[in-house]
Design a protein around this ligand. Structure first.
Ligand SMILES: Nc1ncnc2c1ncn2[C@@H]1O[C@H](COP(=O)(O)OP(=O)(O)O)[C@@H](O)[C@H]1O
Ligand SMILES: [Mg+2]
Length: 314
């Protein structure tokens, strides 16, 4: 018995009689906070999520939500789900829709009605409360989807690419609300995205999948530490001269990127590099444009992980 909020064990899903191996034996845990579920298009994110909410069956393996079998009534009572392509009933106002969804989630009408109003206020949709959702903008529809996932006061919400198809402002709104859900309400958020850079800012932990397999699974801080490798960016006019000098002094551990006017390196000795850089530039009688430690992004982490991965086809 475990107290993980989500736990999968060798979770697997094939399509077309095994021709498409969408999810290949993935095992991971979600233990609270904001947990990013990342990977490029076609990686298997939506397929995994659909198994977690019981929308499709598993080919093999196991998934549990709050210790209950994924897809069971007990598990689903505690989770809210915003699908990749949410379906709204034609001609329903936001108020009617939210109350309807609350009723489906087992709430008495009066309670659903109160909660619907609260959510509309919280999401700044109160002016649109009695308008047809069909007439909403993409951003408003996504908020309606958000509200629907929250109506029955779940302890976990699963959002499948909630920021896709939104403009920058719409995306920022959604991510703000995700932060509030976790920070103010203590709800665990499992959020998928193919845009690693936006999850960077909000997630506490991430599971990254590619071609149906997990490539990385850890908290963000640890991942960045593992992969950062103390990278420095140096910009100067004659970067070739500088590079020769750095090599001569054995200051280079690894060169990540070399282009006219700029290099990105991991020094062999960080302290020494920082000390020597001003001296080298004085000696070379050269102007230094920039010398800075490079912030590593989740995108970089992903690229490194995928390039290190062997391409076995099991
Ligand atoms: N119903 C289905 N029938 C056949 N193949 C599918 C089906 N659903 C998904 N796939 C395939 O499984 C893979 C993973 O898809 P999906 O889980 O939607 O990826 P993601 O959500 O990460 O973009 C893709 O190759 C996709 O074409
Ligand atoms: Mg998807």
């Amino acid at each position: 018995m475990t107290d993980a909020i989500i736990q999968t064990q060798k979770l697997t899903r094939h399509f077309d009689n095994g021709k498409v191996k969408a999810v290949r034996s993935i095992s991971f845990e979600v233990n609270g906070g904001i947990h990013g579920f990342l990977g490029p298009n076609g990686a298997g994110k939506s397929t995994t999520i659909k198994m977690l909410v019981g929308a499709i069956s598993r080919t093999a393996g196991d998934a549990k939500v709050f210790g209950y079998r994924a897809g069971s009534v007990a598990a689903n009572a505690q989770l809210g789900y915003l699908p990749e392509h949410p379906h709204f009933y034609e001609g329903m106002t936001l108020r009617d829709y939210l109350i309807f969804m609350g009723r489906l989630g087992g709430m008495p009408r009066s309670e659903a009605s109160k909660k619907a109003m609260e959510l509309a206020e919280w999401l700044d949709l109160i002016d649109a409360f009695d308008r047809n959702i069909s007439d909403f903008s993409a951003g408003m529809k996504q908020k309606a989807g958000f509200a629907q996932a929250l109506i029955h006061e779940p302890n976990l919400v699963i959002f499948d690419e909630p920021t896709a198809n939104l403009d920058a402002i719409g995306r920022a709104h959604i991510l703000d609300n995700v932060k509030k859900l976790s920070g103010e309400l203590g709800i665990t958020v499992f959020i998928s995205s193919h845009v690693l850079s936006e999850i960077d800012k909000v997630a506490d932990a991430v599971t990254i999948i590619n071609k149906g397999k997990i490539v990385l699974d850890d908290d963000i801080k640890t991942l960045k530490e593992i992969f950062s490798g103390n990278r420095y960016i140096i910009r100067a006019p004659r970067i070739d001269l500088l590079l020769d000098e750095l090599k001569k002094r054995k200051l280079i551990g690894q060169i990540w990127n070399e282009e006219p006017g700029q290099i990105e390196i991991t020094p062999s000795d960080e302290g020494l590099l920082r000390k020597e850089i001003p001296r080298i530039f004085t000696e070379l009688d050269m102007w230094l444009d920039e010398f800075k430690r490079r912030e590593i992004s989740l995108e970089d982490v992903f690229m490194i992980a995928v390039s290190q991965e062997d391409d076995s086809d099991e």
